[in-house]
Design a protein around this ligand. Structure first.
Ligand SMILES: Cc1ncc(COP(=O)(O)O)c(C=O)c1O
Length: 367
């Protein structure tokens, strides 16, 4: 180890999200992507045309943040002073950790937790304090949560509302109780449009709650990297010092503005995705070989209940049918590698998945 490296940064595992996918796409590009909780519907034509026009001005630094902020504030029902934009909610989550964590501080996460949280806690010098959700359904045990928090005294808590990879959420009452005891609480509402539940009003009225949101999921702009946070003015002013002022490209700003001009289109795709999620959930529930977790997001967590069958068996078999799903090794899940996660695609994508799945399950079950 080089003497000038920071130890806690060295111990953080680098995250390379797209390597496997990039390799697959080198072979062919007609894969059905059910692995990254993206919106499967393409953007409206006007959005693509606006990006193409803006490309002629790519020699200039980004602009248009003011309009985008105004539109996002209106969409979220908050004042502009209560909102900050970042390069994906990933940048905002990282900034919150960087802004509030001193080396050695504990950060509560509810496990299984989104692995990005854990990586960013470590890289910012914090220590994660895993609070396990209760098996088999990974539900919140309110008493255990409050007991752990009062005895361990974390500096910050991160709550998926709803969470990735499970897709469930704690009660608002529990979140508020956590906020009564923990100096700062980050409520990650990346899937807000699919859950239709928000703690935004508390983020504005309370001292210490930050809600993060994204345009990557419901607005189908994962490739543009637009996230934002809602909170009281003091916290937003503080975060302004941390977020990269030119973190979002000119093209992404235009894409986000155009998306917000086409809210009706996105509302339709959200309705379709929610209806499909509920349909796929009901179909999967018919298999005694699978445990399917109820979800308030655009994905479903599934556990395989067959002896000696691991998630990779299913994942690799699905790949043969061009369907990419995610084997989940999230922090705090079980050690048996039995979980995988599927994002909800278009009806025809989900139909293909549902059609090939029984053969895979029964093929593996009879090995
Ligand atoms: C719970 C959760 N938070 C945040 C993110 C990252 O979102 P963004 O694309 O806004 O950085 C994801 C992405 O999958 C997520 O699942």
């Amino acid at each position: 180890m080089k003497p000038f490296f920071k130890e806690y940064i060295l111990y953080t595992k680098p995250y390379d999200p797209s390597r496997i996918i990039d390799e697959l796409y080198e072979e062919r590009d007609d894969w059905i992507r059910l692995m990254a909780n993206e919106n499967p519907y393409p953007p409206p034509k006007e959005l693509v045309e606006a990006i193409a026009r803006e490309a002629y001005r790519i020699n200039y630094y980004p602009q248009g943040y003011t309009l985008l902020k105004k539109m996002l504030a209106e969409y979220s029902g908050v004042d502009e002073d209560n909102l900050i934009i970042g390069a994906g909610s990933m940048e905002i989550i990282d900034s919150v950790l960087r802004g509030f964590i001193d080396p050695g501080d504990k950060v509560a996460v509810f496990t299984p937790a989104y692995t990005y949280y854990i990586a960013r806690i470590t890289v910012n010098g914090g220590r994660s304090l895993p609070i396990p959700l209760e098996k088999p359904w990974f539900s919140y045990n309110d008493d255990l949560v409050l007991e752990t928090i009062t005895s361990e005294k974390p500096k910050l808590a991160i709550i998926g509302y709803p969470s990735n990879p499970v897709g469930n959420m704690p009660s608002p009452k529990l979140v508020l109780e956590i906020a009564d005891h923990v100096p700062i609480v980050l409520v990650d509402e990346a899937y807000y449009e699919f859950s239709r539940e928000t703690l935004k009003d508390y983020a504005l009225s309370r001292e210490n709650i930050v809600v993060t949101r994204t345009m990557s999921k419901a607005f189908g702009l994962a490739g543009a990297r637009i996230g934002y946070a809602l909170s009281n003015k003091d916290i937003i002013d503080y975060l302004k010092r941390l977020v990269n002022p030119y973190g979002i490209s000119r093209l992404s700003v235009v894409a986000a503005i155009k998306a917000l001009e086409h809210l009706d289109y996105y509302k339709k795709t959200i309705d379709l995705i929610i209806a499909e999620r509920d349909r796929v959930y009901s179909e999967l529930k018919k298999y005694s070989e699978l445990m399917v977790f109820p979800s308030k997001t655009n994905f479903l967590l599934i556990k395989i209940m067959l002896e000696n069958v691991k998630n990779m068996h299913i994942v690799l078999n699905l790949l043969e049918h061009r369907v990419i799903v995610r084997p989940v090794q999230a922090y705090g899940l079980d050690e048996e590698d039995r979980f995988f996660r599927i994002s909800i695609g278009r009806r025809q994508d989900n139909d293909l998945f549902l059609r090939v799945l029984p053969n895979i399950i029964y093929g593996l079950g009879s090995r």
